[in-house]
Design a protein. Structure first.
Length: 592
Protein backbone atom coordinates (compact mmCIF):
# COMPACT_ATOMS: atom_id res chain seq x y z
CA UNK A 1 0.00 0.00 0.00
CA UNK A 2 1.32 3.40 -0.95
CA UNK A 3 2.23 5.56 2.02
CA UNK A 4 0.45 8.93 1.93
CA UNK A 5 2.61 12.00 1.67
CA UNK A 6 2.83 14.59 4.51
CA UNK A 7 1.10 17.10 2.32
CA UNK A 8 -1.92 14.84 2.16
CA UNK A 9 -2.66 15.32 5.88
CA UNK A 10 -2.95 19.14 5.61
CA UNK A 11 -5.08 19.58 2.52
CA UNK A 12 -8.35 21.39 3.15
CA UNK A 13 -10.23 19.58 0.41
CA UNK A 14 -11.82 16.17 0.94
CA UNK A 15 -11.15 14.01 -2.11
CA UNK A 16 -12.60 10.56 -1.61
CA UNK A 17 -11.55 8.54 -4.62
CA UNK A 18 -8.51 7.60 -6.63
CA UNK A 19 -10.06 9.62 -9.42
CA UNK A 20 -9.35 12.76 -7.38
CA UNK A 21 -5.69 11.83 -7.04
CA UNK A 22 -5.66 10.59 -3.40
CA UNK A 23 -6.04 7.03 -2.20
CA UNK A 24 -8.79 5.80 0.23
CA UNK A 25 -6.03 4.98 2.75
CA UNK A 26 -5.04 8.65 2.94
CA UNK A 27 -8.67 9.60 3.62
CA UNK A 28 -8.85 7.09 6.47
CA UNK A 29 -5.72 8.52 8.12
CA UNK A 30 -7.06 12.03 7.82
CA UNK A 31 -10.38 11.12 9.45
CA UNK A 32 -8.65 9.44 12.38
CA UNK A 33 -6.36 12.44 12.87
CA UNK A 34 -9.29 14.90 12.84
CA UNK A 35 -11.16 12.82 15.39
CA UNK A 36 -8.06 12.85 17.58
CA UNK A 37 -7.76 16.63 17.37
CA UNK A 38 -11.44 17.11 18.26
CA UNK A 39 -11.20 14.72 21.22
CA UNK A 40 -8.06 16.47 22.50
CA UNK A 41 -9.75 19.90 22.24
CA UNK A 42 -12.86 18.72 24.12
CA UNK A 43 -10.77 17.18 26.92
CA UNK A 44 -8.72 20.39 27.22
CA UNK A 45 -11.86 22.54 27.45
CA UNK A 46 -13.42 20.33 30.13
CA UNK A 47 -10.18 20.35 32.14
CA UNK A 48 -10.01 24.17 31.97
CA UNK A 49 -13.61 24.58 33.14
CA UNK A 50 -13.11 22.19 36.06
CA UNK A 51 -9.88 23.94 37.06
CA UNK A 52 -11.48 27.41 37.00
CA UNK A 53 -14.44 26.13 39.00
CA UNK A 54 -12.08 24.73 41.63
CA UNK A 55 -10.28 28.09 41.88
CA UNK A 56 -13.59 29.94 42.24
CA UNK A 57 -14.81 27.60 44.99
CA UNK A 58 -11.54 28.06 46.91
CA UNK A 59 -11.77 31.83 46.59
CA UNK A 60 -8.55 32.01 44.51
CA UNK A 61 -10.40 33.19 41.44
CA UNK A 62 -12.65 36.15 42.23
CA UNK A 63 -15.39 37.22 39.86
CA UNK A 64 -15.48 41.00 39.64
CA UNK A 65 -18.67 43.02 39.18
CA UNK A 66 -19.20 43.72 35.52
CA UNK A 67 -20.71 46.87 34.02
CA UNK A 68 -24.43 46.78 33.44
CA UNK A 69 -24.76 46.97 29.67
CA UNK A 70 -27.95 47.15 27.62
CA UNK A 71 -27.93 44.62 24.80
CA UNK A 72 -29.17 45.90 21.47
CA UNK A 73 -30.79 44.13 18.55
CA UNK A 74 -30.30 46.35 15.55
CA UNK A 75 -31.23 49.78 16.89
CA UNK A 76 -33.37 48.37 19.69
CA UNK A 77 -32.40 47.78 23.32
CA UNK A 78 -33.64 44.87 25.41
CA UNK A 79 -36.23 47.23 26.84
CA UNK A 80 -37.57 47.61 23.33
CA UNK A 81 -36.11 51.03 22.54
CA UNK A 82 -32.76 52.74 22.08
CA UNK A 83 -31.75 55.67 24.28
CA UNK A 84 -30.04 58.89 23.25
CA UNK A 85 -27.44 58.53 26.00
CA UNK A 86 -26.31 55.45 27.86
CA UNK A 87 -25.13 55.21 31.45
CA UNK A 88 -22.94 52.43 32.85
CA UNK A 89 -23.96 51.21 36.31
CA UNK A 90 -22.11 48.50 38.23
CA UNK A 91 -24.29 45.55 39.16
CA UNK A 92 -23.28 43.02 41.84
CA UNK A 93 -22.99 39.41 40.71
CA UNK A 94 -23.70 36.59 43.14
CA UNK A 95 -20.71 34.22 43.28
CA UNK A 96 -21.59 32.11 46.32
CA UNK A 97 -22.61 28.49 45.89
CA UNK A 98 -25.64 27.41 47.90
CA UNK A 99 -23.90 24.37 49.33
CA UNK A 100 -21.40 26.61 51.15
CA UNK A 101 -23.79 29.20 52.62
CA UNK A 102 -23.14 30.38 56.14
CA UNK A 103 -25.27 33.50 56.58
CA UNK A 104 -24.87 35.95 59.44
CA UNK A 105 -26.85 35.10 62.57
CA UNK A 106 -28.10 38.25 64.28
CA UNK A 107 -28.19 36.70 67.76
CA UNK A 108 -24.46 35.86 67.57
CA UNK A 109 -23.38 39.21 66.11
CA UNK A 110 -22.65 42.32 68.14
CA UNK A 111 -21.19 45.80 68.29
CA UNK A 112 -19.55 48.01 70.89
CA UNK A 113 -18.34 51.60 71.25
CA UNK A 114 -14.69 51.77 70.35
CA UNK A 115 -12.44 53.64 72.83
CA UNK A 116 -15.29 55.20 74.83
CA UNK A 117 -14.72 58.43 76.78
CA UNK A 118 -16.34 59.66 79.98
CA UNK A 119 -17.69 62.73 78.19
CA UNK A 120 -18.06 63.88 74.61
CA UNK A 121 -18.61 67.29 73.08
CA UNK A 122 -20.79 68.27 70.15
CA UNK A 123 -18.81 67.77 66.91
CA UNK A 124 -16.79 64.89 68.44
CA UNK A 125 -16.59 61.61 66.55
CA UNK A 126 -18.11 58.38 67.85
CA UNK A 127 -16.95 55.06 66.43
CA UNK A 128 -18.52 51.60 66.63
CA UNK A 129 -16.88 48.22 66.11
CA UNK A 130 -19.31 45.74 64.51
CA UNK A 131 -18.70 42.00 64.16
CA UNK A 132 -20.86 39.63 62.11
CA UNK A 133 -20.93 35.97 63.15
CA UNK A 134 -22.58 32.88 61.70
CA UNK A 135 -24.65 30.10 63.29
CA UNK A 136 -21.46 28.40 64.55
CA UNK A 137 -20.56 31.65 66.35
CA UNK A 138 -17.59 32.11 64.05
CA UNK A 139 -16.65 35.53 62.71
CA UNK A 140 -17.58 35.80 59.05
CA UNK A 141 -14.58 35.70 56.75
CA UNK A 142 -16.06 38.05 54.16
CA UNK A 143 -17.99 41.31 54.22
CA UNK A 144 -21.04 42.34 52.25
CA UNK A 145 -23.66 42.39 55.02
CA UNK A 146 -26.14 45.29 55.02
CA UNK A 147 -26.84 47.15 58.24
CA UNK A 148 -28.09 50.56 59.35
CA UNK A 149 -26.21 52.01 62.34
CA UNK A 150 -27.80 55.07 63.95
CA UNK A 151 -27.81 57.20 67.10
CA UNK A 152 -30.89 58.08 69.12
CA UNK A 153 -32.04 60.02 72.16
CA UNK A 154 -35.66 59.04 72.68
CA UNK A 155 -36.48 61.87 75.09
CA UNK A 156 -35.47 64.45 72.47
CA UNK A 157 -36.98 62.72 69.42
CA UNK A 158 -33.44 62.88 68.08
CA UNK A 159 -31.76 60.39 65.77
CA UNK A 160 -29.00 60.28 63.18
CA UNK A 161 -27.80 57.74 60.60
CA UNK A 162 -24.11 56.92 60.42
CA UNK A 163 -21.89 59.27 58.46
CA UNK A 164 -19.87 56.30 57.28
CA UNK A 165 -20.01 52.51 57.42
CA UNK A 166 -16.73 50.84 56.50
CA UNK A 167 -16.75 47.20 55.40
CA UNK A 168 -13.34 45.67 56.15
CA UNK A 169 -14.13 42.57 54.07
CA UNK A 170 -13.49 40.13 56.92
CA UNK A 171 -16.78 40.13 58.82
CA UNK A 172 -15.99 43.29 60.78
CA UNK A 173 -17.25 46.82 60.18
CA UNK A 174 -16.66 50.32 61.51
CA UNK A 175 -19.46 52.88 61.85
CA UNK A 176 -18.59 56.54 62.36
CA UNK A 177 -20.81 59.37 63.56
CA UNK A 178 -20.51 63.08 64.26
CA UNK A 179 -22.29 64.08 67.48
CA UNK A 180 -24.80 66.89 66.95
CA UNK A 181 -26.89 67.23 70.11
CA UNK A 182 -26.32 67.24 73.85
CA UNK A 183 -27.57 64.60 76.27
CA UNK A 184 -27.46 60.83 76.60
CA UNK A 185 -26.94 59.29 73.17
CA UNK A 186 -27.47 55.59 72.47
CA UNK A 187 -25.98 53.90 69.39
CA UNK A 188 -27.91 51.08 67.74
CA UNK A 189 -27.25 48.86 64.73
CA UNK A 190 -30.14 47.44 62.75
CA UNK A 191 -29.10 44.35 60.78
CA UNK A 192 -30.92 44.32 57.45
CA UNK A 193 -29.47 41.66 55.09
CA UNK A 194 -26.67 39.16 55.27
CA UNK A 195 -24.31 38.97 52.32
CA UNK A 196 -25.92 35.68 51.34
CA UNK A 197 -29.46 37.06 51.54
CA UNK A 198 -28.47 40.07 49.45
CA UNK A 199 -26.93 37.86 46.77
CA UNK A 200 -30.01 35.68 46.76
CA UNK A 201 -32.35 38.65 46.34
CA UNK A 202 -30.27 40.13 43.53
CA UNK A 203 -30.20 36.83 41.70
CA UNK A 204 -33.99 36.58 42.02
CA UNK A 205 -34.36 40.06 40.54
CA UNK A 206 -32.43 39.05 37.44
CA UNK A 207 -33.67 35.47 37.03
CA UNK A 208 -37.38 35.90 37.76
CA UNK A 209 -38.60 39.22 36.30
CA UNK A 210 -42.15 37.88 36.10
CA UNK A 211 -42.51 37.20 39.82
CA UNK A 212 -44.94 40.12 40.00
CA UNK A 213 -48.02 39.72 37.84
CA UNK A 214 -50.64 42.04 36.36
CA UNK A 215 -54.04 41.79 34.73
CA UNK A 216 -55.62 43.72 31.90
CA UNK A 217 -59.39 44.03 31.51
CA UNK A 218 -60.79 44.26 28.00
CA UNK A 219 -64.42 45.21 27.43
CA UNK A 220 -66.81 46.46 24.77
CA UNK A 221 -69.50 47.17 27.42
CA UNK A 222 -71.10 43.79 26.70
CA UNK A 223 -68.24 41.32 27.09
CA UNK A 224 -65.41 41.39 29.65
CA UNK A 225 -62.18 39.45 29.22
CA UNK A 226 -59.20 39.51 31.60
CA UNK A 227 -55.72 38.51 30.42
CA UNK A 228 -52.22 38.69 31.98
CA UNK A 229 -49.96 41.68 31.24
CA UNK A 230 -46.30 42.51 31.81
CA UNK A 231 -43.45 44.81 30.78
CA UNK A 232 -41.69 41.82 29.20
CA UNK A 233 -43.23 40.30 26.07
CA UNK A 234 -40.87 37.33 26.30
CA UNK A 235 -42.96 36.01 29.16
CA UNK A 236 -45.73 35.32 26.66
CA UNK A 237 -43.81 34.73 23.43
CA UNK A 238 -40.37 33.18 23.82
CA UNK A 239 -41.36 30.63 26.43
CA UNK A 240 -44.50 29.38 28.08
CA UNK A 241 -45.62 31.78 30.78
CA UNK A 242 -46.23 29.98 34.05
CA UNK A 243 -49.79 28.66 34.01
CA UNK A 244 -50.31 29.81 30.41
CA UNK A 245 -49.98 28.28 26.98
CA UNK A 246 -47.50 29.36 24.33
CA UNK A 247 -48.43 32.52 22.48
CA UNK A 248 -47.30 33.87 19.15
CA UNK A 249 -46.52 37.53 18.61
CA UNK A 250 -49.85 37.97 16.86
CA UNK A 251 -51.59 36.89 20.08
CA UNK A 252 -50.03 39.67 22.17
CA UNK A 253 -51.32 43.24 22.48
CA UNK A 254 -48.41 45.65 22.27
CA UNK A 255 -49.50 48.61 24.39
CA UNK A 256 -46.03 50.15 24.62
CA UNK A 257 -45.13 53.78 24.00
CA UNK A 258 -41.94 53.95 21.98
CA UNK A 259 -41.38 57.64 22.51
CA UNK A 260 -41.66 57.25 26.27
CA UNK A 261 -39.55 54.09 26.24
CA UNK A 262 -42.20 52.16 28.17
CA UNK A 263 -42.94 48.55 27.27
CA UNK A 264 -46.30 47.00 28.10
CA UNK A 265 -47.82 43.81 26.72
CA UNK A 266 -51.00 41.85 27.39
CA UNK A 267 -52.18 38.56 25.97
CA UNK A 268 -54.78 39.31 23.33
CA UNK A 269 -58.32 38.46 24.49
CA UNK A 270 -60.12 35.61 22.77
CA UNK A 271 -62.99 37.60 21.26
CA UNK A 272 -62.22 41.28 21.82
CA UNK A 273 -59.52 43.46 20.27
CA UNK A 274 -56.52 45.21 21.77
CA UNK A 275 -58.40 48.50 21.36
CA UNK A 276 -60.84 47.28 24.05
CA UNK A 277 -58.14 47.53 26.77
CA UNK A 278 -59.94 49.37 29.59
CA UNK A 279 -58.53 48.66 33.06
CA UNK A 280 -55.34 47.54 34.79
CA UNK A 281 -54.45 46.00 38.14
CA UNK A 282 -51.77 44.00 39.92
CA UNK A 283 -52.62 40.35 40.58
CA UNK A 284 -51.03 38.54 43.51
CA UNK A 285 -53.21 35.43 43.22
CA UNK A 286 -52.58 34.33 39.66
CA UNK A 287 -51.79 30.66 39.21
CA UNK A 288 -48.09 30.32 38.58
CA UNK A 289 -46.69 32.42 41.42
CA UNK A 290 -46.89 29.28 43.56
CA UNK A 291 -44.66 27.52 41.06
CA UNK A 292 -42.16 30.38 41.02
CA UNK A 293 -41.93 30.47 44.79
CA UNK A 294 -41.62 26.69 45.06
CA UNK A 295 -38.29 27.18 43.30
CA UNK A 296 -37.20 30.20 45.30
CA UNK A 297 -38.31 29.57 48.86
CA UNK A 298 -36.12 26.55 49.72
CA UNK A 299 -33.01 28.68 49.22
CA UNK A 300 -34.59 31.81 50.69
CA UNK A 301 -35.28 30.05 53.99
CA UNK A 302 -31.56 29.39 54.34
CA UNK A 303 -30.64 33.06 54.28
CA UNK A 304 -33.75 35.13 55.04
CA UNK A 305 -34.47 36.78 58.35
CA UNK A 306 -36.42 39.68 59.77
CA UNK A 307 -34.60 42.91 60.47
CA UNK A 308 -33.34 43.05 64.05
CA UNK A 309 -31.04 45.06 66.29
CA UNK A 310 -27.58 43.72 67.04
CA UNK A 311 -26.70 43.29 70.69
CA UNK A 312 -24.55 45.99 72.25
CA UNK A 313 -21.53 44.71 74.21
CA UNK A 314 -18.83 46.51 76.14
CA UNK A 315 -18.90 48.38 79.42
CA UNK A 316 -20.36 51.60 77.89
CA UNK A 317 -23.75 51.40 76.16
CA UNK A 318 -24.54 55.14 75.95
CA UNK A 319 -22.42 58.28 75.83
CA UNK A 320 -22.94 61.68 77.44
CA UNK A 321 -22.55 64.68 75.13
CA UNK A 322 -21.90 68.12 76.61
CA UNK A 323 -23.63 71.24 75.31
CA UNK A 324 -20.63 73.53 75.14
CA UNK A 325 -20.80 74.43 71.43
CA UNK A 326 -23.30 74.55 68.60
CA UNK A 327 -23.14 71.91 65.88
CA UNK A 328 -22.87 74.72 63.32
CA UNK A 329 -19.19 74.91 64.27
CA UNK A 330 -18.56 71.46 62.75
CA UNK A 331 -20.69 71.95 59.63
CA UNK A 332 -19.59 74.36 56.92
CA UNK A 333 -22.81 74.53 54.92
CA UNK A 334 -23.78 76.68 51.97
CA UNK A 335 -27.36 77.83 51.48
CA UNK A 336 -29.61 75.39 49.65
CA UNK A 337 -29.69 76.12 45.93
CA UNK A 338 -30.94 74.42 42.78
CA UNK A 339 -28.55 71.84 41.34
CA UNK A 340 -26.64 71.35 44.60
CA UNK A 341 -25.20 67.80 44.62
CA UNK A 342 -26.63 65.38 47.20
CA UNK A 343 -24.82 64.43 50.38
CA UNK A 344 -21.04 64.37 50.44
CA UNK A 345 -19.04 61.16 50.88
CA UNK A 346 -18.49 60.18 54.51
CA UNK A 347 -21.35 62.39 55.68
CA UNK A 348 -25.01 61.56 56.29
CA UNK A 349 -27.65 63.77 54.70
CA UNK A 350 -28.72 65.06 58.11
CA UNK A 351 -30.26 64.14 61.46
CA UNK A 352 -33.44 64.64 63.49
CA UNK A 353 -33.68 66.82 66.58
CA UNK A 354 -37.09 67.24 68.23
CA UNK A 355 -38.55 65.65 65.11
CA UNK A 356 -37.12 68.41 62.89
CA UNK A 357 -34.71 67.43 60.13
CA UNK A 358 -31.36 69.22 60.30
CA UNK A 359 -29.74 69.00 56.89
CA UNK A 360 -26.00 68.34 56.54
CA UNK A 361 -26.19 68.99 52.80
CA UNK A 362 -27.05 72.68 52.94
CA UNK A 363 -28.21 75.34 55.38
CA UNK A 364 -31.98 74.77 55.41
CA UNK A 365 -34.17 77.31 57.17
CA UNK A 366 -37.67 77.40 58.57
CA UNK A 367 -39.87 79.05 55.94
CA UNK A 368 -42.73 81.29 56.97
CA UNK A 369 -45.97 80.69 55.08
CA UNK A 370 -45.90 84.24 53.71
CA UNK A 371 -42.41 83.67 52.27
CA UNK A 372 -43.45 80.34 50.78
CA UNK A 373 -46.53 81.80 49.09
CA UNK A 374 -44.47 84.68 47.73
CA UNK A 375 -41.97 82.18 46.32
CA UNK A 376 -44.66 80.00 44.72
CA UNK A 377 -46.72 82.84 43.24
CA UNK A 378 -47.57 82.25 39.55
CA UNK A 379 -45.89 78.83 39.59
CA UNK A 380 -47.25 75.51 38.38
CA UNK A 381 -45.85 72.50 40.26
CA UNK A 382 -46.06 69.07 38.62
CA UNK A 383 -45.57 65.97 40.79
CA UNK A 384 -44.97 62.76 38.81
CA UNK A 385 -44.30 59.33 40.23
CA UNK A 386 -45.61 56.94 42.84
CA UNK A 387 -47.61 57.34 46.03
CA UNK A 388 -44.58 58.57 48.01
CA UNK A 389 -44.53 61.79 45.99
CA UNK A 390 -48.32 61.90 46.05
CA UNK A 391 -47.78 62.38 49.80
CA UNK A 392 -45.89 65.59 49.00
CA UNK A 393 -48.76 66.84 46.86
CA UNK A 394 -51.32 66.05 49.56
CA UNK A 395 -49.22 67.64 52.31
CA UNK A 396 -48.67 70.87 50.38
CA UNK A 397 -52.34 71.16 49.40
CA UNK A 398 -53.25 70.83 53.08
CA UNK A 399 -50.61 73.24 54.44
CA UNK A 400 -50.23 76.06 51.91
CA UNK A 401 -52.92 78.17 53.51
CA UNK A 402 -56.69 78.52 53.37
CA UNK A 403 -56.75 79.73 49.78
CA UNK A 404 -55.30 76.44 48.46
CA UNK A 405 -58.08 74.00 47.52
CA UNK A 406 -58.07 70.64 45.75
CA UNK A 407 -60.55 69.90 43.02
CA UNK A 408 -63.14 67.26 43.82
CA UNK A 409 -61.90 63.71 43.30
CA UNK A 410 -64.37 61.95 41.01
CA UNK A 411 -63.24 58.32 41.30
CA UNK A 412 -60.90 55.91 43.07
CA UNK A 413 -58.76 55.86 39.93
CA UNK A 414 -58.30 59.62 40.06
CA UNK A 415 -57.45 59.50 43.78
CA UNK A 416 -54.70 56.94 43.13
CA UNK A 417 -53.21 57.88 39.75
CA UNK A 418 -54.64 61.33 38.96
CA UNK A 419 -54.93 63.74 37.46
CA UNK A 420 -55.29 65.60 40.78
CA UNK A 421 -55.18 69.39 40.95
CA UNK A 422 -54.81 71.92 43.76
CA UNK A 423 -55.30 75.61 43.05
CA UNK A 424 -54.73 78.84 44.95
CA UNK A 425 -56.53 81.57 43.00
CA UNK A 426 -55.28 84.31 45.32
CA UNK A 427 -51.59 83.64 44.60
CA UNK A 428 -52.05 81.89 41.23
CA UNK A 429 -50.40 78.66 42.41
CA UNK A 430 -51.34 75.34 40.82
CA UNK A 431 -50.28 71.87 41.97
CA UNK A 432 -50.73 68.73 39.86
CA UNK A 433 -50.18 65.06 40.66
CA UNK A 434 -50.10 62.20 38.19
CA UNK A 435 -48.84 58.66 38.77
CA UNK A 436 -46.19 57.28 36.46
CA UNK A 437 -47.22 54.68 33.91
CA UNK A 438 -46.70 50.90 33.96
CA UNK A 439 -45.74 48.98 35.95
CA UNK A 440 -48.29 50.00 38.58
CA UNK A 441 -49.20 47.82 41.55
CA UNK A 442 -52.76 48.76 42.39
CA UNK A 443 -56.39 47.65 42.31
CA UNK A 444 -58.44 48.13 39.14
CA UNK A 445 -57.77 51.54 37.58
CA UNK A 446 -58.93 52.99 34.27
CA UNK A 447 -56.17 52.98 31.66
CA UNK A 448 -57.53 56.25 30.26
CA UNK A 449 -56.09 57.92 33.37
CA UNK A 450 -52.66 56.33 32.98
CA UNK A 451 -50.36 58.76 31.19
CA UNK A 452 -46.73 58.35 30.19
CA UNK A 453 -44.41 60.59 32.21
CA UNK A 454 -42.06 61.39 29.33
CA UNK A 455 -44.98 62.56 27.21
CA UNK A 456 -46.34 64.61 30.12
CA UNK A 457 -42.99 66.38 30.56
CA UNK A 458 -42.80 66.98 26.81
CA UNK A 459 -46.17 68.74 27.05
CA UNK A 460 -45.02 71.28 29.67
CA UNK A 461 -44.23 74.87 28.63
CA UNK A 462 -40.93 75.10 30.50
CA UNK A 463 -39.44 78.19 32.06
CA UNK A 464 -38.75 79.22 35.64
CA UNK A 465 -42.42 79.03 36.67
CA UNK A 466 -42.69 75.37 35.61
CA UNK A 467 -41.57 73.15 38.51
CA UNK A 468 -41.20 69.37 38.14
CA UNK A 469 -40.75 66.91 41.02
CA UNK A 470 -40.71 63.18 40.37
CA UNK A 471 -39.79 59.82 41.82
CA UNK A 472 -39.83 56.33 40.32
CA UNK A 473 -38.82 53.45 42.56
CA UNK A 474 -41.56 51.76 44.61
CA UNK A 475 -43.24 50.02 41.65
CA UNK A 476 -39.92 49.07 40.04
CA UNK A 477 -38.43 46.94 42.83
CA UNK A 478 -39.32 43.75 40.91
CA UNK A 479 -37.73 44.90 37.63
CA UNK A 480 -34.10 44.44 36.72
CA UNK A 481 -31.66 47.33 36.70
CA UNK A 482 -31.28 47.36 32.92
CA UNK A 483 -34.97 48.07 32.41
CA UNK A 484 -35.07 50.66 35.20
CA UNK A 485 -32.00 52.43 33.85
CA UNK A 486 -33.55 52.61 30.39
CA UNK A 487 -36.73 54.17 31.78
CA UNK A 488 -34.80 56.81 33.72
CA UNK A 489 -32.69 57.70 30.71
CA UNK A 490 -35.84 58.52 28.75
CA UNK A 491 -37.03 60.75 31.60
CA UNK A 492 -33.63 62.44 31.72
CA UNK A 493 -33.80 63.10 27.98
CA UNK A 494 -37.28 64.63 28.37
CA UNK A 495 -35.98 66.91 31.14
CA UNK A 496 -33.22 68.06 28.81
CA UNK A 497 -35.81 68.95 26.16
CA UNK A 498 -37.84 70.81 28.79
CA UNK A 499 -34.85 72.96 29.74
CA UNK A 500 -34.12 73.84 26.12
CA UNK A 501 -37.76 74.67 25.42
CA UNK A 502 -38.58 77.22 28.11
CA UNK A 503 -37.48 80.77 28.73
CA UNK A 504 -35.29 80.22 31.76
CA UNK A 505 -34.40 77.08 33.68
CA UNK A 506 -37.22 74.96 35.08
CA UNK A 507 -36.56 73.74 38.64
CA UNK A 508 -36.51 69.92 38.44
CA UNK A 509 -36.29 67.64 41.48
CA UNK A 510 -35.79 63.90 41.86
CA UNK A 511 -36.94 62.48 45.18
CA UNK A 512 -34.70 59.57 46.12
CA UNK A 513 -36.03 56.21 47.24
CA UNK A 514 -36.98 55.78 50.88
CA UNK A 515 -36.77 52.82 53.22
CA UNK A 516 -39.90 50.72 53.59
CA UNK A 517 -38.99 47.51 55.46
CA UNK A 518 -40.38 44.96 52.96
CA UNK A 519 -38.41 41.70 53.09
CA UNK A 520 -40.10 39.64 50.36
CA UNK A 521 -38.60 38.57 47.06
CA UNK A 522 -41.05 40.93 45.32
CA UNK A 523 -40.25 44.15 47.14
CA UNK A 524 -37.18 44.72 49.26
CA UNK A 525 -35.24 47.63 50.67
CA UNK A 526 -32.21 46.11 48.96
CA UNK A 527 -33.96 46.48 45.60
CA UNK A 528 -34.94 50.05 46.48
CA UNK A 529 -31.34 50.82 47.44
CA UNK A 530 -29.98 49.44 44.16
CA UNK A 531 -32.58 51.42 42.20
CA UNK A 532 -31.60 54.54 44.12
CA UNK A 533 -27.92 54.08 43.26
CA UNK A 534 -28.87 53.60 39.61
CA UNK A 535 -30.94 56.80 39.67
CA UNK A 536 -28.03 58.79 41.10
CA UNK A 537 -25.73 57.47 38.37
CA UNK A 538 -28.18 58.30 35.58
CA UNK A 539 -28.66 61.91 36.76
CA UNK A 540 -25.08 62.47 37.98
CA UNK A 541 -24.24 64.69 34.99
CA UNK A 542 -27.53 66.61 34.93
CA UNK A 543 -26.69 70.01 36.48
CA UNK A 544 -30.27 71.28 36.24
CA UNK A 545 -31.64 68.40 38.35
CA UNK A 546 -31.67 68.54 42.15
CA UNK A 547 -31.67 65.17 43.94
CA UNK A 548 -33.44 65.31 47.30
CA UNK A 549 -31.90 62.66 49.53
CA UNK A 550 -34.76 61.24 51.61
CA UNK A 551 -33.17 57.80 52.14
CA UNK A 552 -31.37 59.03 55.23
CA UNK A 553 -34.50 60.91 56.34
CA UNK A 554 -36.40 57.63 56.59
CA UNK A 555 -33.45 55.55 57.79
CA UNK A 556 -33.32 56.78 61.36
CA UNK A 557 -36.68 58.38 62.22
CA UNK A 558 -38.30 57.12 65.41
CA UNK A 559 -41.46 56.06 63.54
CA UNK A 560 -39.65 53.12 61.96
CA UNK A 561 -39.68 52.01 58.35
CA UNK A 562 -42.74 52.50 56.18
CA UNK A 563 -43.02 52.66 52.41
CA UNK A 564 -45.39 55.57 53.11
CA UNK A 565 -43.55 57.65 55.74
CA UNK A 566 -45.54 59.23 58.56
CA UNK A 567 -46.63 62.86 58.19
CA UNK A 568 -43.78 64.11 60.41
CA UNK A 569 -41.29 62.76 57.85
CA UNK A 570 -43.31 63.95 54.83
CA UNK A 571 -43.40 67.41 56.41
CA UNK A 572 -39.60 67.53 56.65
CA UNK A 573 -39.18 66.18 53.11
CA UNK A 574 -41.53 68.88 51.80
CA UNK A 575 -39.67 71.57 53.73
CA UNK A 576 -36.37 70.50 52.15
CA UNK A 577 -38.04 70.63 48.72
CA UNK A 578 -39.24 74.20 49.42
CA UNK A 579 -35.83 75.24 50.75
CA UNK A 580 -34.23 74.35 47.42
CA UNK A 581 -37.07 75.75 45.33
CA UNK A 582 -37.27 79.00 47.30
CA UNK A 583 -33.54 79.40 47.90
CA UNK A 584 -33.54 83.07 46.90
CA UNK A 585 -36.43 83.81 49.24
CA UNK A 586 -34.83 82.12 52.25
CA UNK A 587 -31.48 83.75 51.63
CA UNK A 588 -32.92 87.28 51.64
CA UNK A 589 -35.82 87.05 54.08
CA UNK A 590 -35.75 86.87 57.83
CA UNK A 591 -37.10 83.47 58.86
CA UNK A 592 -38.43 82.08 62.09
Amino acid sequence: MEKPSRAGFYRLESPTSARDGISPTCCLYRKRLCKGFVLLWVLSAITSVLYLSMLADKGILKLQPKPLQVKKYGNMSTSGFASQKRTTVSQPIATDTWRKLSPTLVSNSFFYIRNPKANYNICDQLELYIEARDAQNKTKTRGGDHMWPFLRTASLNASAPADELIDHGNGTYTARFSLHWAGEVEPQVRFVFSREHAHFLRSVRERVPDRFTYDGKFTDNRTIEITPCHINRNIFVDRAAVGLSYASKSEVCDLSDRKAGTTWFCLKPATLTCANYAQHKANLQRKGREYVYSLLLPNKRRVAHSQALLQSLGRVRTVHVNSGVSDSTCLDLSPCYLGLPPKRPHRAAGYYFRDLWKSKVCHARELRLTDTLRCLRNKRLYFYGDSTIRQWFEYLVAHLGDSMKEERITSITVSKVGLRRGWDATHNITLFFRHHEYPIRNSWIDVANIKFTVNEIDGLPGGADTVVALTMFAHFTHTNLTYYQSRLERVRDAIGRLQRRGAGTSPVFIKSANTGNPISADTSDLYAYDLDQTMRAVFADSPDVTILDVWDMTLSHRSGYNIHPVEAVVREESKMFLNFLCSEAVSTKQTL
